[in-house]
Design a protein around this ligand. Sequence first.
Ligand SMILES: [Fe+2]
Length: 336
Amino acid sequence: MLRQSRQSITGTILVADDQAANRELLAELLGAHGFKVITVSDGAAALQELSHTQIDLVLLDVMMPHLTGFEACQTIKSNQDTCLVPVILVTALSDKQDRLEGIKAGADDFLTRPVDRAELLARVQSLLKLKFRTDELERAEAVLFSLAHSIEGKDPYTHGHCERLADYSASLGEHLGLGEEQIIALRRAGVVHDIGKVAVPDSILLKPGRLTEEEWKLVREHPVVGERICAPLKSFRLLLPIIRHHHEKCDGSGYPDGLRGDQIAVTAKVLQIVDVFDALTTERPYKKAFSTTDALETMKEEVAKGWWDPQVFEEFDRLVRSGATNFLSRGAVAGH
Ligand SMILES: [Fe+2]
């Protein structure tokens, strides 16, 4: 699907303009440089096209019937599926007000009519270069997520653990007032935190009995291996301390680094709390699922032992009991 080579960048471009002559001109200019061009005559038709066709870039006329270029742009940018598709607004005049409105609508760039061929190509190509880089990054993330899910899928007892942890940790992060970037990191870490278990043989990972000291040593490596796997991805930078430290304990008895209290990032503490809660409230080969109340009681005892951060736990306890988020996992019974 990628159309990038060292010599040229191509892709599928959607042109929306109510004037047939304008559509034809843009289609001709872009088509001559190897782009596949789809043309539509208004903003609503552009959105319709985007909903079922893989589009790499959109050129929107500002003044169109049904839906203006600004409105169409705003819709494209607020939709999770299309927000990364670059949008260029084509305006009749270099009107400052139009530009301001376009920036507010999330436009990536502007072109003024009459369209200059060289300028059009330069803007389209530079936005596409960026778009394809983002696509590559997204694919790398998708590979890591599917690897994490395949590890989770090996063990029937941890089914759904990744998604629950992503939801739980993001909810707790929001409740604690963490920044948006940290919440995104928590959501992703919820999925990939145990990715390092790829280095642990199934015979150990799925062993129903007690692990030997040697086997346990291997299991304890998984946060370090996980950090190493995710480290090359720049967009995963904030996940690394969460992955590496999700088995640390505040009293220094955790692994892999034996960190204490404030040495552990708050995001890692959030993941620890929800990870323990999920383990307690789901059935495992060696135990039944705890009720929410029993799980919180057990965790309270563990806080007293010095394992979990008292403040983070207190807020988690408050959040669960408030019922604002559904923290009930499979098998858990509320209020018992
Ligand atoms: Fe883990």
